[in-house]
Design a protein around this ligand. Structure first.
Ligand SMILES: Nc1nc2c(ncn2[C@@H]2O[C@H](COP(=O)(O)OP(=O)(O)O)[C@@H](O)[C@H]2O)c(=O)[nH]1
Ligand SMILES: [Mg+2]
Ligand SMILES: [Zn+2]
Length: 351
C-alpha cells in the first residue's frame, strides 16, 4: 500500500474491495470535502477537484460520495466512478419536506462528542449523540473541555459516565496542549475521528491544538449564556501531522433521530433491562402497578430525567420513522401512478 494512502487511513477493509478487480491503487482516493457539484479528493497523485460520473450524479443522495468516503477515480483522475462500501456512516433526513436520507460523514471510526464543563453540559444532549453514534457504527468518546473553568471536573466526569454504561470519557483544557494526552490516546495513525458538539464548546480549538496548526477558525462564546456562534461552515477532513484524520462536523447538532430504535435501546440499556421486570409487558412506566422502572426511580437508582429523555427520544424516533415510511409509500404510489399513466399513453400511441 502506498504511504500516501496509508496516511489517509486506507485499511484492509477498503483495500480488499478492489483486490481482484484489476483496479490499481492509484485509482483510489478519499473525499476530504464536498462542494456543490465537485468533490475534493486526495489520491496517490495528490489533491484533486473532481466531478461525479453520470451514474453517481443520478444516484440516491445516500449513495453519492460524502466526506470521508473512499472512492475509485477514472483513469484520468478527474471523475469519481465508484464509492467503496462504507465502514460507518452518519446520515440525516434531508432538510425541508424531503424524504431523502443524506450522508454527512462516512468511515468515521471514533466520534468525539465534545461538551464543556459549564452550563452547556446536558446529559440529554449526550444521550442523543450517543444514540446517533451507535446507529452510525462509530465508537463514542465524550470529551469534556474547559476543565480550567471548574473546580469540580470529577462531577462532570461522573455525570458524563452515567449516560451510557462503559462509555469512554476524557477531559481537556483545549487551550493547554499539555492536557490533551488522554484525548490523543484515541487517535492512531489510520483512524478517522469526527468532532461533534454544540457551538462554542471548543471543537475548533481542539482540532487546532491536535493539528498544532490553525486549521479551523474559532470564536468567542457569548458570556451571558455560554453559547457559541457558528464559525465552522463547511466540513473538511484534516490530516494530523502526527497521524490520524479529523473531521469537524457542523450541522450534527440539529440531527433528529429517525429509524434508530435499537440504538436508543443500547444507550438506555439500564432502562430496557429494568423494563423486562415490569409486571406488564407493555408497561409505559407512567402509573402502572408493578413497574420496575418507577421503582428504580423511587429508590434513586435511576434519574427521572433519564427516563424522560428515553421516552422523548423514542417518541421522536417513532414519529419520524412513521413519517419517513409514509412519505416513501406516497413516493412509491406516485411513481406507480406515473408509470401507469405512461403505459396507458404508450398503449394509446400504439393503437
Ligand atoms: N477556558 C477555556 N476556553 C476554551 C476551551 N476550549 C475552547 N475555549 C474557548 O471557547 C470559545 C469557542 O471555541 P471554539 O473552538 O470556536 O468552539 P466550537 O464552536 O466548538 O468550534 C473560544 O473562545 C475558545 O478560546 C477550554 O478548554 N478552556
Ligand atoms: Mg468551530
Ligand atoms: Zn414499567
Amino acid at each position: 500500500m502506498s504511504e500516501a494512502l496509508l496516511q489517509l487511513g486506507l485499511v484492509p477493509f477498503f483495500a480488499q474491495q478492489i483486490a481482484g478487480t484489476g483496479l490499481l491503487e492509484n485509482r483510489l482516493g478519499r473525499v476530504t470535502s464536498v462542494q456543490r457539484s465537485k468533490s475534493t479528493v486526495i489520491c496517490d497523485a495528490g489533491k484533486r477537484s473532481v466531478e461525479l460520473s453520470p451514474n453517481l450524479r443520478q444516484a440516491a443522495a445516500i449513495e453519492r460520495p460524502t466526506i470521508g468516503d473512499w472512492i475509485v477515480l477514472d483513469d484520468s483522475h478527474t471523475r469519481i466512478e465508484q464509492v467503496l462500501e462504507r465502514k460507518s456512516l452518519f446520515k440525516r433526513v434531508g432538510a425541508g419536506s424531503g424524504t431523502e436520507i443524506q450522508a454527512i460523514a462516512a468511515n468515521v471510526d471514533t466520534l468525539f462528542i465534545v461538551t464543556s464543563c459549564n452550563e452547556e453540559f446536558k446529559e440529554s444532549r449526550l444521550e442523543r449523540y450517543l444514540a446517533l453514534c451507535d446507529e452510525a457504527g462509530a465508537m463514542p468518546v465524550i470529551v469534556l473541555t474547559k476543565t480550567d473553568l471548574t473546580d469540580d471536573t470529577d462531577t462532570y466526569v461522573s455525570r458524563a459516565r452515567s449516560v451510557q454504561a462503559g462509555v469512554a470519557v476524557e477531559t481537556a483544557n483545549t487551550l493547554d496542549p499539555a492536557t490533551l494526552d488522554g484525548v490523543r490516546a484515541w487517535i492512531d495513525k489510520t483512524s478517522t475521528i469526527a468532532l461533534v458538539g454544540s457551538s462554542g464548546v471548543g471543537k475548533s480549538t481542539l482540532l487546532n491544538a491536535l493539528a498544532e496548526n490553525s486549521l479551523a477558525a474559532t470564536s468567542e462564546i457569548r458570556e451571558q449564556d455560554k453559547k457559541g456562534r457558528h464559525t465552522t461552515t463547511h466540513r473538511e477532513l484534516h490530516r494530523l501531522p502526527s497521524g490520524g484524520l479529523l473531521i469537524d462536523v457542523p450541522g450534527m447538532r440539529e440531527l433528529k433521530v429517525a429509524e434508530i430504535d435499537h440504538s436508543i435501546g443500547r444507550v438506555f440499556e439500564d432502562i430496557e433491562q429494568l423494563a423486562m421486570q415490569c409486571q406488564f409487558i407493555d408497561c409505559k412506566h407512567a402509573i402502572e402497578p408493578g413497574c420496575a422502572v418507577l421503582k428504580a426511580i423511587e429508590e434513586n437508582r435511576l434519574d427521572i430525567r433519564r427516563l424522560d429523555n428515553y421516552q422523548k427520544l423514542r417518541r421522536e424516533n417513532a414519529l419520524a420513522t412513521a413519517t419517513l415510511a409514509e412519505k416513501r409509500a406516497q413516493g412509491r404510489d406516485f411513481a406507480k401512478i406515473v408509470k401507469e399513466a405512461k403505459l396507458v399513453k404508450n398503449r394509446r400511441a400504439a393503437t
